[in-house]
Ligand binder design. Structure first.
Ligand code: ARG
Length: 465
């Protein structure tokens, strides 16, 4: 042999020279895909069990593989496992160690499968369990949000449009708006789980295999709902990972909106809430500062998560069937998305229940901003004025209030009557903040009774998960 054969590789047979050392490092994924070791072993156990049932492996061989894999599992757990980039990825690292431990039988494990269906299986198993952890944290956050809403059904604050005071709402109503966003995120997460929970195992490299495999058996053993339908699609598409990242981008978008409000509300200018010190940090130069770092950081994390979504979409775009090495690039964005989502949810689930609303300041802000102007217009409509004329009359009264530094409810009856003589003493009932919110008494409205009922419905939904 003029060239040295590369025998260190599990695929070295047809090669006549060793892999370039840079190429070895460039193509290796073990540094990040070893995160899926537990899933890889679970997949191998299901595959080996099925091969034995199909008569491809003997009972003794299956027992040896089981013992070997459980030792590998143990070595990985206790940190003694020697990961090697010469063995490229998590799959070949584990298989090589198995063979070291149990000899020739270890080499039979890969019968009737390929790393292509193996990796597709591993990512789905990994992501499925990540989804279940995320669902738990999301539920914890929703529970905290709804519970805080239930104890603030009549805490009045200004509602905003264009970040200008619009109409009074209750703090509980505002929190339940957050919960609705999170509720839809939860639905998207479960939709994603449903579609990803199919077993690609048996697709082998791309076309299936000549062995008498039982795909339903491995699917069931791994907790999948069913096997996938088409072998080419099974090893190639990563749309489930893209869907998950799309869920994550929307969730983080929602968390960033909540974060933005927390940042605003803790400022001296709003002063609507108090965040416990444990979620804030100080400034090394300005002794008076208490910065809302946790919400700010969550607001910032949306950038990387959106980036990962675009990475995966771009990775998948134009890929011809079936597996391409491009797909090795799916893992880092996916893993970082999982980590980021879990961290952000944990931060919010811990922090939201600890929010202390400052009811007096919120109420005062609502009172200052002419937030019951629409109520006065509605009152005039009930007296018989067309809405556009009522709007004009109230606009003039507000201009007078701005000039004289008086809120509508603070104006004497005679002042109000100067704008419309039909206004009576009963107008003050609608000009109060309490009257204003109580009047919006329908499904989805901000009346305290509606908010209390909505909070109970939301809690019930959470309990049914
Ligand atoms: N490390 C690879 C990946 O993540 C595993 C599959 C490799 N298959 C192959 N035929 N090169 O995609």
């Amino acid at each position: 042999m003029s060239k040295q054969q590369d025998t260190s590789k599990l695929w070295g047979g047809r090669f006549t020279e060793a892999t370039d050392s840079f190429v070895q490092r460039f193509t290796a994924s073990v540094d990040f895909d070893r995160r899926m070791a537990a899933e890889d072993i679970a997949g191998s156990l299901a595959h080996a069990d099925m091969l034995c049932a199909a008569g491809v492996l003997s009972d003794e061989e299956l027992a040896a593989i089981r013992d070997g894999l459980s030792q590998v599992q143990e070595e990985i757990r206790d940190g003694s496992f020697q990961w090697s980039i010469e063995l490229e990825d998590v799959h070949m690292n584990i298989e090589a160690r198995l063979t070291e431990l149990i000899g020739i039988t270890g080499k039979k494990l890969h019968t009737g499968r390929s790393r292509n269906d193996q990796v597709a299986t591993d990512i789905r198993l990994y992501l499925r369990s990540a989804i279940d952890s995320i669902a738990g944290e999301l539920t914890r956050l929703q529970h905290g949000t709804v519970t805080l809403a239930a104890s603030n059904t009549d805490t009045i604050m200004p509602g905003f449009t264009h970040l200008q005071t619009a109409q009074p709402v209750t703090f509980g109503h505002h929190l339940l708006a957050w919960n609705e966003m999170l509720q839809r995120d939860y639905g998207r997460l479960q939709d994603c789980r449903k579609r990803l929970n199919r077993s690609p195992l048996g697709a082998a490299a791309l076309a299936g295999t000549t062995y008498p495999i039982d795909r339903a058996r491995t699917a069931a053993a791994l907790g999948f709902d069913a096997p996938t339908e088409n072998s080419l699609d099974s090893v190639s598409d990563r749309d489930f990972a893209i869907e998950f990242c799309a869920f994550a981008a929307l969730l983080l978008t929602h968390l960033s909106r909540m974060a933005e409000e927390l940042v605003l509300w803790t400022s001296a200018q709003f002063d609507f809430i108090e965040l416990p010190d444990r979620f804030c940090t100080g400034s090394s130069i300005m002794p008076q500062k208490k910065n809302p770092d946790v919400p700010e950081l969550v607001r910032g994390k949306v950038g990387r998560v959106n980036g990962h979504l675009v990475s995966l979409l771009t990775l998948m775009k134009s890929q011809p069937l079936a597996y391409n090495k491009d797909n090795q690039e799916d893992k880092e964005p996916l893993f970082d998305t999982v980590d980021t989502v879990l961290d952000c949810l944990r931060a919010f689930a811990d922090m939201v229940p600890a929010i202390k609303p400052k009811a007096r300041q919120m109420r005062e802000a609502a009172r200052r901003g002419f937030s019951t102007a629409t109520d006065l217009a509605d009152y005039l409509v009930r007296l018989g004025l067309p809405f556009r004329d009522a709007h004009e009359v109230v606009g003039k009264a507000v201009a007078h209030g701005v000039a004289s530094n008086l809120d509508l409810a603070e104006m004497p009856l005679e002042t109000l009557q100067a704008f419309c003589p039909d206004i009576g003493e009963d107008v003050f009932a609608v000009l109060t903040l309490e009257g204003s919110v109580a009047a919006r008494d329908h499904l989805g409205g901000t009346a305290p009774a509606q908010v209390a009922a909505a909070a109970q419905r939301a809690l019930r939904k959470l309990e049914q998960r």
